[in-house]
Write a protein that binds this ligand. Structure first.
Ligand code: C2E
Ligand code: MG
Ligand code: MG
Length: 704
């Protein structure tokens, strides 16, 4: 409808009689914008200029009659939707027909009756408005339809629509691609001929989802186990929704729609993730998660069958060192070989899993008794003891195994695993390369160990370890020649826990590095404190085996000396034989490097380990500390006396200074003095003491 300044509809009236135009104006002016002309030429101009909604045309005009003018006006594109009403004094039908053929919508007869004229025009206006609304609605519907079609064509889901007879009426490009049928091939065919659905688990034909949706008049979803078989035989895992389609009143069923999604990739990924979550990536064996589940199931089953379930947990002894030596890639290969060899031992009643780096668990289900368990354990040991060839070297491995049994040891999967672990721990602490069955007392030991480890963590975090110092003294003069730093840990009840109770825990849990660093720094700072007070007091610090063998140990010593600002000759390091066993060549290199720094290196607890006297020759120590076990018996036991003198003589021949530990009695002291031993250490002279007490006990030394 044409727009004009006051938004009122516009009427153009053309009549050669001006009087008629006045009548028309009088009739319409109050409601519409009316422009009039007596000239057909001007009418053409005005029409083009104002685009009237309705043109009132007198049929009988002298220059050009109304019909011809109408034809001319209709040629103006802007007037495409303009309505033409003729003003006529004729009453014959021919004229009316001609007018209607020309597209006239109504007639007004002369003489013009103003009310009739207004009513006619008003009616036309209503008709025009309704036509406009219909047009708008149609446009909107068309736009929506196009929009929906675009969506259906472009969404990632397959969409197929059918009529009431389940013949396809629409199929979008995704559905065409997945089924392998073009729209032109699919439309008109039964949906079951185009969309072939199977159950993926057994490949049988799936229930037709659209049949169900249409017969039950509800939406149904099938999300599991459905496979679409394409025209070429390709299988897709799909998830689908079938919906009934109702007519516009939502009453009568007119067809159905099936929407489906290709979830093959998602399913494949989910399967892979489930596998990864349950299996060890290196060996492909079930992992700890899977083991727990299987063990739970087996325990539940064994409750009914009255069979035993045995958990055999083991790890490779010192695998860490092997890994460090041959590199992690080769280490992985060894683990894979172990897994393969285990599989040879195992049969239907065994489940193998890898639960940690070098840690495996074998479950024996439906197990008859200890004999069978021992047999399998021996077979596993035999397999593992066969040599492993890596990088042209031949390695032999041993392992430690702990075994727990349902129902005698525990009733739950968690407890069974925990107990097997405890038994394995026991084997490890008793020298490895063996298997042991769990028993009650083991658990207490482990609990104790765990508590100690927790406390040690805490004390290390707080840097709160306590150091006591025990003097070493000259057996000839009684003068203090240095002190040994001996670590203690404060317990929860403020009691002092001795190192024997936590050093081995620290070694096993890798806390020994940090412990060693803290003791070293604290001891050197104490030396510095004494030094600043004018007292030159050397300190001997005990070094754990793995601390000594760790890379960067020599640098750590050098840094600590520098950091604490003390001369190297005031530091002595005591190492035990176990530190030397791992690698003789490296140990000697480390000892020499330490000596080059100016630090003294002592072999502690000599005589308690494996070393023969000749073994001692391989190392270039400065000092030897004979273990207190020899001193204890020296006065009563002839054998102890002769071993002691042999050690002493050899130390002399190797130019090693000697310190006798654990002197508790005057007799022992006198005996050692008579044997011309130079230095001693023991409760007789002084117990290990906190620095303040030590200083108070020896004012002549510390208050200079
Ligand atoms: P060790 O290095 O042989 O230290 C001597 C041990 O003998 C100390 O025990 C000391 O208190 C004890 N002792 C001294 N005189 C006598 C005596 O006359 N009779 C008896 N029966 N014992 C005596 P402690 O302090 O309990 O230390 C035990 C072991 O713990 C030490 O033996 C050492 O191997 C280790 N240790 C102590 N502190 C550290 C440390 O900071 N790091 C490391 N890695 N080990 C440490
Ligand atoms: Mg010592
Ligand atoms: Mg010692």
């Amino acid at each position: 409808m044409s727009s004009n300044c006051n938004n009122r509809a516009m009427i153009l009236a053309v009549d050669d009689e001006a009087i008629q135009l006045e009548v028309i104006k009088g009739a319409l002016n109050a409601h519409y914008q009316v422009i009039t002309t007596t000239s057909p030429q001007q009418a053409l101009v005005l029409a083009e200029q104002y685009t009237p909604d309705i043109v009132l045309l007198d049929i009988d005009m002298p220059e050009i009659n109304g019909f011809d003018l109408c034809r001319l006006l209709q040629k103006i594109p802007a007037l495409l939707s303009t309505s033409f009403v003729f003003i006529t004094s004729h009453h014959d039908a021919e004229i009316e027909v001609e007018a209607l053929e020309l597209g006239a919508v109504d007639f007004i007869t002369k003489p013009i009756h103003t009310n009739v004229c207004l009513m006619r025009i008003k009616n036309q206006m209503v008709i025009r408005q309704q036509a406009e609304s219909v047009k708008e609605a149609l446009n909107q519907t068309h736009a929506e339809k196009t929009h929906l079609q675009t969506i259906l064509r472009s969404i990632g889901d397959g969409v197929v629509a059918t009529d009431i007879n389940k013949k396809i009426t629409f199929i979008n490009p995704v559905a065409q691609r997945l089924t392998g049928f073009l729209a032109s091939e699919a439309i008109g065919n039964a949906i079951t001929d185009i969309l072939k659905l199977n159950y993926s688990s057994n490949s049988s034909t799936a229930l037709a989802p659209l049949d169900i949706a249409m017969s039950q008049k509800r939406v149904i979803t099938m999300s599991l186990d459905i496979e679409l078989c394409s025209r070429s035989g390709k299988q897709y895992q799909i998830e689908l929704t079938a919906s009934p389609l109702f007519d516009i009143e939502n009453v009568n069923l007119i067809g159905g729609v099936l929407a489906f999604q290709n979830i093959s990739d998602v399913v494949a990924m989910a399967n892979q993730m489930t596998h990864l979550a349950n299996h060890d990536h290196l060996t492909g064996l079930p992992n700890r998660v899977s083991l727990n589940n299987q063990l739970k199931q087996e325990v539940a089953r064994a409750r009914h069958t009255n069979h035993l379930v045995a958990v055999l947990m083991f790890d490779i002894d010192n695998f860490k060192y092997l890994n460090d030596t041959i590199g992690h890639n080769k280490g992985d290969e060894v683990i894979k070989t172990v897994a393969n060899r285990l599989q040879m031992v195992c049969n239907d009643t065994t489940i193998i899993s890898r639960v940690g780096g070098d840690e495996f668990v074998v479950l024996l289900v439906d197990c008859a008794g200890h004999d069978q368990i021992n047999k399998i354990a021996s077979q596993i040991f035999e397999e593992i003891s066969k040599p492993f060839d890596v990088l042209e070297e031949r390695y032999r491995l041993t392992m430690s195994m702990g075994i727990s049994i349902y129902p005698s040891d525990a009733n739950t999967a968690d407890d069974l695993i925990r107990h097997a672990d405890t038994a394995m721990f026991k084997v490890k602490s008793e020298g490895r390369n063996a298997h042991a069955f769990y028993n009650e007392t083991l658990s207490d030991e482990l609990r104790e160990r765990v508590n100690i480890e927790k406390l040690l963590h805490q004390r290390l975090d707080e840097n709160a370890l306590i150091i006591h110092y025990q003097p070493k003294y000259s057996l000839t003069t009684g003068a203090i020649s240095g002190v040994e730093a001996l670590v203690r840990m404060l317990g929860h009840e403020e009691q002092l826990i001795p190192p024997d109770q936590f050093i081995s825990v620290a070694e096993k849990s890798n806390l020994i590095q940090l412990l060693g660093e803290q003791v070293l720094t604290k001891s050197c700072l104490q030396v510095k404190k004494w030094l600043d007070g004018g007292v030159k007091m050397g300190v001997a610090v005990n070094i754990g085996a793995s601390q000594f063998n760790a890379p960067g140990f020599v640098a750590l010593i050098a840094n600590t000396l520098q950091k604490c600002d003390i001369p190297p000759h005031l530091l002595e390091l005591e190492i035990t034989e176990s530190a030397l066993l791992q690698n003789v060549v490296n140990a000697n290199k480390t000892i020499s490097a330490l000596q080059s720094l100016g630090v003294t290196v002592a072999l502690d607890d000599f005589g308690t380990g494996y070393s023969s006297l000749s073994y001692l020759r391989s190392f270039n120590f400065d000092l030897l500390k004979i273990d207190k076990a020899f001193i204890r018996d020296i006065c009563e036991n002839k054998q102890a006396f002769s071993i002691f003198t042999a050690i002493k003589n050899m130390a002399k021949s190797l130019n090693l200074r000697l310190v006798c530990e654990g002197i508790e009695t005057i007799q022992q002291q006198q005996m050692l003095k008579a044997l011309k031993c130079e230095q001693g250490q023991g409760y007789l002279f002084c117990r290990p003491l906190p620095p303040v007490d030590l200083e108070a006990s020896f004012p002549e030394v510390f208050s200079s």
